[in-house]
Design a protein around this ligand. Sequence first.
Ligand code: SAH
Ligand code: SF4
Ligand code: F3S
Length: 436
Amino acid sequence: MRVFFKTYGCQMNINDTEIMSGILLQDGFDIVNSLDEADIVILNTCVVRQKSQDKYHSELGQLFKLKKKGKLKLIGIAGCGSNLEAEKLLEQGADFVLGSRSISEVSNVLKKAISGEKITYLEDTVCSIDSSSPRLRFSRHHAWITIIHGCNKFCTYCIVPYTRGREKSRPLQDIIREIERLVHDGVKEITFLGQNVDAYGKDLNDGTSLARLIEAASNFEKIERIWFLTSYPTEITDDLIETVARNPKAAKSFHIPVQSGSDRILKLMNRRYTKNQYLQLVEKIRTRIPDVSISSDIIVGFPSETLEDHNETIEFVKTVEFERLNLAVYSPRDGTVASKYLRDDVSRQEKARRLNELLELQKQINRRLNERYLGCTVEVIVEGNTKNGLYYGRDIRNKIIIFSGETLSVGDKVTVKIFQTTAGPLYAESQKKCGL
Ligand code: SAH
Ligand code: SF4
Ligand code: F3S
């Protein structure tokens, strides 16, 4: 049987699809790259905002039609949507629903579905995914590694703690075994993943931390770069900052969602820091790592957000000058504290206006910050080709760079010189090695 995965949402879902694909492949299923070739489709879903939920439901509608026409045998749902609306999905016609912490069971559940059973499986089997679990990695040079599952923070707007469950760190030794296998397979870059990746190890109570893990990973000669996503402001330790500063393989890049520049809104969001504490953190990181890149997420139009609150966010963004900003309009999520107790009272037009204002501001900041790169030489790891025959890749500060050069392969590290900057990617040419 041929299975096609369609993956929505964050890197954790991408990583989960790789694991589920690996398990199915080992159990004799074929994994195919397009819907046309598939007997079975599994949607690995995201529900972080209403838009994300609508997107997979509209795909699901199309799939149900294909199944009616006899073009598909089974339709399954995995990911965060499963935990949120399993019953509804089965009622609508899904053949099986697999929880976001149950991916180790994908093959068993699928076999039951093939034998005609309508099945929902939401048990927590997250501990049975380890370094020995098979994986079908989509990149040969880069690997996602989930190191901590779930989230304990309960920001009032966020559905993730309800869909991904509580924080659970993987044992450090098991992650190291996974890296050993990756190195053997030729992987050069790794990204440690967690909703609060910097909380890694705290529940293990044995001194394990993200800093120790980065150090241990950097001992592998063939690992060239180590990334980590996403950081929660109050979980970033001095030890982590020091480790990133000293370790040449640790990416000089922190993604630290701030969500708002207004203390009143931060409190309503149950974010556990003030604007000033965040600014002090940025200052501390930038003092220790002067060339660091700091990026963030902001939610626009949170319930009761006034023009004053919004202007505080504007001023905050001007002060920090993030290297990148993900902006999202507030979307009420059923079951969260905000949706229960706070009225979604900023109009749709006003949310759009505030979003555009921030987008425009960030674009100007990006353009200005990127200009500093003009004429500079940086090291890039090749990630692929653009349509017009150029290469693209990232430097250690997570800048996307498009460049020309002689025949290169994905995973090659090259030195390039930037000759043009935009608000988005930087343009460069690779520096010829002198053959002397
Ligand atoms: N753990 C990370 C990110 C989790 S979700 C953190 O602590 O920030 C990714 C992003 O989606 C969040 O940073 C937030 O900006 C956005 N998001 C989450 N819930 C949302 C909601 N209900 N409406 C709009 N954006 C939301
Ligand atoms: Fe959601 Fe907050 Fe947890 Fe991030 S820290 S996943 S925003 S609850
Ligand atoms: Fe979406 Fe779940 Fe990730 S809701 S953002 S796929 S943790």
